[in-house]
Design a protein around this ligand. Structure first.
Ligand SMILES: [Zn+2]
Ligand SMILES: [Zn+2]
Length: 173
């Protein structure tokens, strides 16, 4: 959703509050695309701090469906964070590299989706697990081991296990 900022720019020291719907249904981080679910309206506050500067604050809450790193089953991962940016509308700076950083602003319009999406990169989890003790998938047949054992002789797959078995075998001779 887009919010027009010209009114805020005209009134110094005023704060305006908005509820903005998130429009993006998929988050693509360049590697994977995750469906966006459970979207809540973004609470946006725009404060004119004087000198053609606007403090933009946005509170976002939604979930992404991401695959478990071990078993690949979809996990609904909740996100909730606040984005805070100072947007400078002084014209001398508008054409410098600084305008690159203000990708969430086009002219005098705030692009709430871009603001929220750009910040999401910072909040992505290092690891996604369906549960702490997820058993993952069998390396041999690909079965999800959370749903039961598959029958493969997994001791053959782990060289460390093979070493231990040899020790036992030698001890029994
Ligand atoms: Zn899992
Ligand atoms: Zn198996």
């Amino acid at each position: 959703m887009h919010i027009h900022l010209s009114d805020s720019l005209a009134h110094e020291q005023e704060t305006k509050a908005y509820e903005a719907e998130l429009e993006f249904d998929v988050f693509d981080n360049g590697v994977s695309a995750y469906p966006v679910v459970d979207k809540k309206p973004v609470k946006v506050r725009v404060t004119n701090t004087g000198d053609k500067k606007l403090l933009i604050e946005a509170e976002a809450a939604f979930s992404l469906q991401m695959p478990c790193d071990r078993c690949l089953e979809e996990v609904t991962v909740p996100f909730s964070y606040t984005v805070s940016r100072m947007a400078d509308f002084n014209e001398e700076k508008a054409d410098t590299e600084e305008s690159e950083e203000q990708a969430y602003i086009e002219g005098y319009t705030l692009d709430v989706d871009t603001l929220v999406r750009d910040e999401l990169f910072v909040h992505l989890p290092m690891k996604v697990l369906c549960s702490e003790d997820c058993r993952g998938i069998c390396n041999r047949c690909g079965a999800n081991l959370n749903h039961g054992v598959c029958g493969c002789d997994v001791t053959e797959l782990d060289p460390r296990m093979a070493v231990i078995r040899d020790i036992f075998r030698n001890a029994n001779q």
